[in-house]
Design a binder for this molecule. Sequence first.
Ligand SMILES: [Zn+2]
Length: 100
Amino acid sequence: MPKQHCPVCQNSITPVARYPNYVCAECATLAESADGRLVEITNANIWGGIQLRYRDTGEPHEETQVFIRGIKCEAREARFGGVVIQALASDGRARPLPEH
Ligand SMILES: [Zn+2]
């Protein structure tokens, strides 16, 4: 079974071939806007879709791009419901990040 690691904290996570760069649940709680405010990412409603809002004011955060420990990530609706957050490379395509 292939191993997969969270691109942010490097912890082992359940391998998911469809989402090779997904961020673990713990890191997902650290998602921030570009200006450093915490952003909560949830399903918009029971039919799916995603909704991002600032945790401090509850205002909507219109973009799906967030930063987790400085790594640019994108939130999207997971294929079978829920939310998946994936790390993005600088060219905007998801791919493994280089080791630091
Ligand atoms: Zn993590």
